[in-house]
Structure formats: structure tokens, C-alpha cells
Design a protein around this ligand. Sequence first.
Ligand SMILES: [Fe+2]
Ligand SMILES: [Fe+2]
Length: 447
Amino acid sequence: MNRGEYREQILKGINSALKSRKLYPPGHPAIITPVRKVFNLIGELLKDQNALLISRLNDTLVFDDQPLFESEKNYQEIIHRMRERNIEVIVLERGISEQEFTDFIDMLLEDNRLTARELNEALKERGITHISLKSLEKRKEIEVYNDAVRVIRSVMSDIRLGRIPETEPVKEIVEDMTSSILADPNALIGLSMIKSYDNYLYNHSVNVSILAISLGRIMGLSDDDLRTVGISALLHDIGKTGIAEDIIKKPGGLSSEEWEKIKQHPVLGKDITRKMGGMSEDVGRMIYEHHIRYDHSGYPKTTSSLHPLSQIITISDAYDALTTLRVYQRARTPSEALGLMMSLSGRHFDPKVFKTFMDMIGLYPVGTMVRLTTNEIGVVIRTPQDTNSGITVKVLYDKNCKPVEEPFEVTIGNKEQERSILSTVEPALLNIDVGMLFKEEAEKKGD
Ligand SMILES: [Fe+2]
Ligand SMILES: [Fe+2]
């Protein structure tokens, strides 16, 4: 048998086991026999490769890279079970045991209609470690955002308690953020406007990660690099957990001793990630380098050249810090922050990376309050990232500066439109918390 025939036999076996289940109880030979046969075939294929991928593209099954003709007719049961659970890919890894495989087939047969995410959880609970599922389901951005805050909070609390944080939840949430950004580049950027005065470090970490992944996407980074950047950004300030809170929150005027302590955080951060299992060396390096600056005028002092991706973190970090209210500074508007950073480009920031960042954020970044030529005031909620469809503004105040009853969206930039942007408006003057606006909007979505 060649590999193609093996693949066909495997799918046929799974398909018939699923079919038999409608007629026979679990454990019946009509189910067990094909399952055992399939398991042996899988073992054969896994002698030469680390994992087998069974994916579903609409109604066609793709085994590794080979699409199977007439899938719909031949593998109806598999397609049906995958579709109703939103499963996009089934990954079978080398080392899989017959028990794991049998249990997995049983789970697909159960009538509880778990989604891929829930099935993954259930797989873990049953100790099935060599099978995983990828799902098509898109999570609401606000859930992803809130989860990310939860993850970094628990990472930092572990560190405070002297425990080594787990790597897996960090990787998983960065995976979710990345898919969300790839699916809709604007949505999470809007949420990165959520700032927290009291829990600065958590929201800041998540925001920097969102900005860094978004920037990396535009720079065309590989999937692996994108994830490494996302993880480094999320963890970039974990070293601050080792520094007394009153120093971190001190409104300026740090003694030189206190300043020396703060300057330790990139080093501490790197040391922590080194102790976390399965974390790439690059993560530690980018954390170590996030305050070094392009011209090496920052800290820690070093003469060696920077990791090519470190500036992504540095730039995203500076932007989020500048646009956030702190004890020692008011929150700058996105355009003010960009202006200030522009003056530091070539010194603190790599001009090429910064230029891409500026283009990404745009002249009127998502979250900017703007006054329109009609004298209405609104907030930019979408900017053209991949399209030329213009900027979308949600109008909040009418031309007499009265809040509108039903905020509505207008698209700026189409020639026929009567509205264009006149100027930016300081949100504080209107007493608006732009982050809250995005948060509420995201929470309404889909309900
Ligand atoms: Fe930092
Ligand atoms: Fe930071």
C-alpha cells in the first residue's frame, strides 16, 4: 500500500466506525474492529512523520496535504461530526496509544455536541495528549482580551508567590490573540484602548501584545515569529513583579537606588522566562532588550546588536505607555503619542519599524476622537488596514455638541460623503473614556 492508500483506508475505517455507532452500542465488535485496524495504519504512517493532519475544508477532507476526492460521499460521517463541532483540523501525533485513539472516537460518537474547544478540554481531562483539535469558531474579541488579562494576572501572581508560571496558558492565549488579529486586524486594536489606572501592568501587557502582533502581521512575520513576538510582548514587564509596588507607582522623583531597581526588570524578566518550560530563547532575549533602544542609550547597557524583532516590543511598549494615564503623566492622545515618538525615531526607535508602526496606527488611529466638518464629534472605530474603504467614525455628539441618542457609523474618505475629519478632539475635555467605549461596544456584540 502506498501512503495515499493508507490515508484512504484510515478515513474509511473511521467513517465506518462512526456509522456503526448508530446501530451498535459502544464496545461492540462492529466498532472496535475498524478502530483497531485504523489505529495500526496510523502507526505505520507515523513511523515516518511526527503528526497526521486531517482537515476539513467545507465539504472536502484533506489528509496531510492531499485532498480526498468525493469526500462528501465517502466520508460523510466524519465530515458531519467535524462540522457540527466546528472542528477544522484533527491532529494525531506520534506516540498515540490505541486507548487514546479509541477514547477519541468514542468522544466523537457521543451525543453531547461539544465544540472543538470543549472537546480539547475533555481530551486533556481524559489524559489524551497525542490528539488535538483546531477549531473554526471565532471567539468574541472582548473574551479574548479579558482572558489575556486573566492569564497575565495569574502569571504575575505566581511570580509574586515564588512559583514558576506555566507556559501553556501563555501560549494558548497568544494563539487566540493572533488568530483574532489575523481574522480582523481592527477589532483587538480598538480594545487596546482599554487602559487601567489601578491594574496598569496587566492591561499594559495585553495591549503591548496586541500592538506587537498587529505590527508583526503588517511586517509579514512568519507564524512562528508572530507568536514569539506576542509572547515576549505579553511577558515583557513580568520582571516588575520583583520590584516593590510603591517604587513602580511612585510619581516621579525616584532616588538613584530606586531607579537601579527598576532597571533590573528586563533582566529579571529574562531569568523568569528561562525557568519556564518550553519557552524559546528569543522570548527571553526580546524581554531583556525591550528598554535598550535602537541607539543603545537605554538599559541594560550592552554593545551587542539587538534581536531583529526586539524593536517591535520597544515601539509597542512606548506607544501604550504614552497613551495611558499614570501617576506621573496624563494620557496622550494617539496622535500626540505618535508625534512624540516620531521625534525619537532613529534614536530610541528603528526608523523602519517605527514608520511601519505609524502607517499601521494611521493619521487618525482607532480610538481617536475627531471633530467632523459637520461639527459632529465621534470616535474612529476602524481604519483601512488592508482595504481602501476609508475610516469609519462612530458619531457620538451632534453638531450642537449634544450626545446623539443612537450613535451611528459614518465612513470618511469617500468623495461623495459630506463628512470629513476636521481635527482631533481631546477625549478628556468631553469626559470620555475611549477604552470603555470600545469595551461596552464589544460586550454588546453578538448578544
Ligand atoms: Fe519595561
Ligand atoms: Fe512596558
